[in-house]
Design a protein around this ligand. Structure first.
Ligand code: FEC
Length: 293
């Protein structure tokens, strides 16, 4: 049976002039305060997206490497920017694929994140090909090992992080928080790290409670526990992007400096060949394709 892959990511604006439309897409038609938009444009300006948009560039590198590793066509579909998930679905069908693997570059399932990607892909394929969607890969051994290699041997306190979500998800039994804690535990165990904690990051002021603690509050509590050095391991993300380069590298770094803490973070997996190899294994299993000898 002919197969193709739709590789999905959040998406990022390429130019500052794209930011209003991008933000409107994230808000899904809900109102945007002008000062929030201005702040976001400023964050993207400081990220330097006019020169290079890290998330889109890294996603393309992963796509090309995955295509090589799998010897199958791989099409990128972004949730909030172009190329859209619908475009990727059309391309997969045009390539003659009868089955399509859907893989999101985010390891942990939530009804407020991965389910949205699935819905977009399912609706776009509209039965034109069989969908083999990967719901989550938070405990994938290759992913756990890749992160463990990046924290092993540290004598800093390791803080695992992930994007926060509105706290109401826990009322419906959403597995997001448990999967995040599971990844953190597996990484710490494999790396032989005992001194670790978990916090969320990147909460938006949407007027409802979000999952906590937020990393900025969490950092404040660490000096009282005798912590002087922190190594951040963002288990909920795989690429360099705004939430890494701004929320951690600027905001969390500034907060640490105020608190007299030294803060470093691991290099993100990005298009590391070992990471691409892990993703290829996940796709092969989803498609029931035997791995190359
Ligand atoms: O580099 C970039 O340009 C994109 C970075 C980026 C990633 C990302 C990942 C996730 N988000 C998740 C949930 C939410 C919820 C809201 C929300 C809002 C934003 C805004 C920007 C943004 N997110 Fe994001 N997210 C990234 C960027 N995100 C920009 C809008 C400004 C702001 O609020 O700071 C709130 C929506 C609302 O207002 O109602 C909820 C989750 C992930 C991780 C999974 C994934 O990657 O899909 C969950 C990367």
């Amino acid at each position: 049976m002919k197969s193709a892959v739709v590789l999905m990511a959040y998406g990022s604006p390429e130019r500052l002039s794209d930011v209003p439309a991008y933000y409107a897409d994230i808000r899904g038609g809900r109102p945007i305060a002008p000062e929030r938009l201005a702040e976001l444009v400023e964050r993207y300006r400081r990220l330097g997206i006019e020169d290079s948009s890290p998330l889109n560039a890294v996603t393309e590198e992963i796509r090309a490497a995955l295509e090589d590793a799998l010897d199958l066509p791989v099409f990128t579909g972004m949730k909030h920017w172009t190329p859209r998930i619908a475009d990727a679905a059309d391309q997969a069908v045009s390539s003659g694929a009868e089955q399509v693997a859907g893989l999101v570059l985010a390891p942990h399932y939530s009804a407020l994140s991965i389910a949205g990607y699935r819905d977009l892909l399912e609706r776009s394929l509209a039965g034109r090909a069989e969908l083999r969607f990967v719901e989550s890969w938070h405990d994938e051994p290759g992913f756990v090992e890749l992160l463990a290699d990046r924290v092993r041997g540290t004598n800093a306190h390791v803080v695992f992080t992930a994007h926060s979500l509105p706290a109401r998800i826990t009322e419906s039994g959403d597995p997001y928080r448990d999967q995040l804690l599971e990844t953190s535990r597996l990484v710490a165990e494999s790396a032989g790290v005992d001194d670790w904690s978990f916090s969320f990051q990147s909460e938006s002021p949407t007027g409802e409670p979000w999952l906590g603690p937020d990393i900025l509050d969490h950092l404040e509590s660490l000096p009282r526990q005798g912590v002087e050095r922190v190594l951040v391991c963002p288990v909920g993300f795989v690429s360099d992007h705004l939430e890494i380069r701004w929320d951690l590298d600027v905001e969390a770094q500034q907060k640490s400096a105020e608190l007299g803490l030294s803060l470093e973070r691991i290099e993100m997996p990005n298009a590391d060949p070992a990471f691409v190899c892990t993703l290829a294994g996940i796709v092969r299993r989803a498609l029931s394709v035997p791995s190359a000898a």
